[in-house]
Structure formats: C-alpha cells, structure tokens
Design a protein around this ligand. Sequence first.
Ligand code: PLP
Length: 394
Amino acid sequence: MQGSTKLIHSIPTDPLTGALSVPIYQTSTFVQDFPGVNKGYDYARTNNPTREVVEDLIAGLENGSTGIAFASGLAAIDAVLKLLQSGDEIIAVDDIYGGAYRLFEQVYRKFGVRITYVDSSDPGAVFQALTEKTRLIWIETPTNPTLKISDIQAIAHIARAHGCLLCVDNTFASPALQRPISLGADIVVHSATKYLGGHSDLIAGLVVTRDNELGERIKFYQNACGAILSPFDSWLLIRGIETLHLRIRQHCTGGQAVAEFLHGCPQINKVYYPGLPSHPNHETARKQSKGFGGIVSFSLHQDTEEAAQKLVSITRLFKLAESLGGIKSLISHPASMTHKTIPVEKRRSSGVADSLIRLSIGLEEPEDLISDLDSALMDLTKNNASVNKFSFNN
Ligand SMILES: *Cc1c(COP(=O)(O)O)cnc(C)c1O
C-alpha cells in the first residue's frame, strides 16, 4: 500500500460504536472494576484513547516504534533533552530553531548541559566536534530560514559509531517527504503546529523513537512532567494528518513554482530552495527526501530591512505572520520578526541577510501566488524609482 492509503486506513474506527471519526475522549479519569483493574486507562495525563490514536499514527508515519504527543513542539524537544544528565554535551546545527536555542541556552545550560553549534550541512564538522561527553546530536533539515540541508544518513553513522543519539527535528519536511528513522536517526521530533496540523489552528508537538526502550523513557517524562496534548487538540491533529500527503504534494508544487519564478526576478539577489539545482545541497536533498517542501526564502538586491519590510506588507495573498505549514500562504521578515533577538552580526553571519524574506507556500494556485509576488515586487521597484527621483530632484 502507498503512503496515503496506509495512513488513512491505519486510523481506527471506534470499536464501541463504529464511529468513523475518532471520538474525543474528554475525560480526566476512567472507572476501574477493582483497584488496578481497568480497561487500559486510569488517568488521562498518563493515557487517553484519542491521544493514543495520534501517537500511533505518527509512529507509523515515521517508521518508528513509539509516538508521544505533547502540548507544543517545544514541550516535545524538552522531553528529549530530559534524557540527558548534567555534564553531557549536545552537538547542534548552528541555525537551529530560535525556540530550541533559547531552551538549550537559557534552561538546560544552567543545569550543566553543554551545547556546541556546528554547520551540520558538513558531516565532517559534526565529527570534529565530538567529545567523550557527547550524548546527543541535534539537527534540523531543512533549516529555518535558509533551508540548509544536512545528510541524515552520514550523521547517523557518526552518531552510531560514537555511541550517542541522533535526534532530527523533522518539522520542515514532514514524514510525507523524509523519514529520518529509516535513515538511521534514533529520535524524530515535530512541531505538529506546522505541516502535520496543517491548518494553523493548533499548537502541538510529537516525539517518535526508533525503539521501545527509548519510547518508554520519553513516555515517562510525558507523564512525570505533564505537558500532554489535550483530547480535542489530538483530534484536530488526527484530522490534519489525514490529508498530509495530499497537502504536502501541493505545497511542493507551489514551492517549486514560486522558487523558479523568484530565481528569474531582477529584484532578487538570492533564492533559497532545496529544489533549485543551484542550492548547494540539492543532491543531498534529492537523495533523502521525496520532495523539497513548501518553504522558500529569498533576499533582495536592495539589501535593507526597509525594502523587505515594505515588500512583506504589500502582498495580498501572502499574509504577514510568523509560523508556517498551513493552508494559507504566509510571508515573514526574519530579521525584524523571528530572528530579532539574535545579535545583528551573528544573524548576518548565519546567512540571514537584512532583506531575507521567508515564504510559507500554502494551498492556493501557484500562478496566483506568483502574480501576487510579481505585483508586490513591481510596486517595490516603482516606489523606489519615485523615491530616488524625489531625492535626485532635491
Ligand atoms: C515552530 C517550530 C518549533 C517549535 O514548535 P511549537 O509548536 O511552536 O512549540 C520547533 N522546531 C521547528 C523547526 C519549528 O519550526
């Protein structure tokens, strides 16, 4: 069976009533027949039938053994970090998601966890950074917002040989495109807020482990620390995941079309999209993913925050907002939004130019998205011309 057929038919119908849609078990506790004798559920922090469906669903999609659902992507990342002890070291991708960076630096560092950041698009840099205290390698591929690609298989070999864990944040690709556990990773995390939920209507996080033993350890932290996904949000997430393959196909089609259009635009300096042959890791992306996704970034020849801020505020279909992976296209300016707190020099040196703009391609028709960008770029040029003329006349 192909991906989507398998996915759709792995969602169980309700054994009690035959309900085709998974019931929302909105309960805090479960009646027991005798102390300790129950139907597999006792208290809803520990286990909930609706949550269990989404946990099994993601485990199957990622080809792992255990799925564990959390209240947010950051809660999922936090649960994985709890596997570590004081004195342990992490090697992490240098342009890591900002929220993960904050968690590593402002929460875990004070408990004695050390973090080294490297450009993991070069597996050699990961190898060089290993020490005898390295317990975890943390990568995202593609990264945000410059869409760097790391070779999961090569880094999994390094992790295995060193006896440490490899965790891949698979938020940007989704399991419809890339399955890190099949490439050798031990753990996958998701901000299910993005493509898995897919409709910009919930915050959720997921962890999937390669084996049961690791799964049980993460499940322990899910119950012990309590950042669980609610029954209703579990249901919303199931509903989103049901259409994952279909949505991702369209996100990829739109992403490729928009990236190719931007690549030919005179106002654009650089386009970042793994599906363009000019992308430095295009071959690795092609090798490990079924498609190149729906995130496209670009910078302008006129490399100023002002020009970028103007552009992001004059598109009509692309809405100005943080986040990504939903059905509506979004546009954002990392330098003044998501990456504002990063010191300017550090931001620029990690490749986030002043004029860098990130697009999350939604499910609109690609030609409409292109014409929206085309007219916004024209307006930008027109107004610049008149501004220049004005200052020239003066
Ligand atoms: C959004 C995001 C997160 C954090 O997820 P939340 O659901 O917002 O907590 C983690 N990693 C990546 C790559 C993200 O894009």
